[in-house]
Design a protein around this ligand. Structure first.
Ligand SMILES: C[S@@+](CC[C@H](N)C(=O)[O-])C[C@H]1O[C@@H](n2cnc3c(N)ncnc32)[C@H](O)[C@@H]1O
Length: 252
């Protein structure tokens, strides 16, 4: 069991960031000890942060292993989990940490494996995540896994067909979108995705494993002069799309 630190008892006045993206207070004053009496707790907090990370890592590892095993023997595609690879998860977490969007949209939740990777990065700067899944039994699985990870409070899981949700979104309402869903629909969804992405970043899984299926989608992106994109050999191939450098910098 993780030791739960009671944050309410302390005034925290300095933070550092450790590699796992958790903000770690380096000094504090206890509200319950005489005024201004510092308590030497950095090792305690670091211990807690490291333990939490270890637990999240262990959960991710367990989920990934279970997903691979389950998909190997499952013939009903609606019950297969199709999780991203751990390397893709690390990559997503890194991009989220670097771009620091306030709102993240995931299209294709499955059991929440990739959502946990996004959430562990988003937690460090109070971003919120909306994750879309059309199959209710998968949303239920994801809810349980996010609760186990301790991230349920920053993620809104929505059981819906992505097309319906996207059509109702306000312009520029998300700063980061992870697309890992039904590839046959990506071209149809593109106008809405483009409309709701606020100078942010779009990442699309399976850009190498299913390059043929994504060819038309990549062509549409390529034809937009306001966008840059690259395909990176991480996991099953990640298509990364950003606002073009010349648009961001104001250069023609
Ligand atoms: C590849 S899996 C997602 C895996 C997940 N990102 C992960 O790595 O843990 C794709 C998911 O998209 C869902 N999906 C497919 N078409 C959809 C649609 N039109 N709207 C919402 N979800 C959809 C599927 O049910 C499936 O669970």
């Amino acid at each position: 069991m993780a030791k739960i630190w009671d944050w309410q008892k302390y005034e925290i006045f300095t933070h550092v960031f450790v590699p796992n993206q958790l903000a770690v207070p380096v000094s504090c004053v206890s509200r319950q000890t005489p005024a201004n009496e510092s308590v030497p707790f950095l090792p305690v907090i670091l211990g807690h942060a490291i333990q939490m990370t270890t637990e999240t890592d262990a959960l991710l590892e367990r989920l990934y292993r279970r997903g691979v095993e389950q998909d190997a023997v499952q013939s009903d595609r609606s019950k297969m989990l199709f999780n991203i690879t751990p390397a893709t998860g690390q990559f997503l977490a890194l991009l989220v940490s670097e771009t620091r969007p306030t709102r993240i949209l995931e299209i294709g939740t499955s059991n929440g494996y990739s959502t946990i990777w996004l959430a562990r990065a988003a937690l460090a700067f109070d971003a919120r995540i909306v994750s879309l899944e059309k199959l209710p039994h998968k949303t239920t699985l994801a809810q349980g896994n996010l609760e186990s990870a301790g991230f349920a409070n920053i993620v809104d899981l929505v059981t819906i067909d992505a097309a319906t949700y996207l059509a109702d979104c306000d312009d520029r309402s998300f700063g980061f979108i992870f697309l890992d869903s039904s590839r046959a629909h990506y071209v149809d969804w593109w106008n809405d995705i483009r409309r709701i992405l606020d100078w942010g970043m779009l990442v699309v899984d399976n850009a190498i494993s299913h390059a043929d299926e994504l060819r038309e989608f990549v062509d549409v992106i390529q034809s937009d002069p306001h966008l840059d994109h690259a395909v990176l050999p991480i996991g099953r191939g990640q298509l990364v799309v950003t606002t073009a450098f010349n648009v961001r910098s104001g250069m023609a």
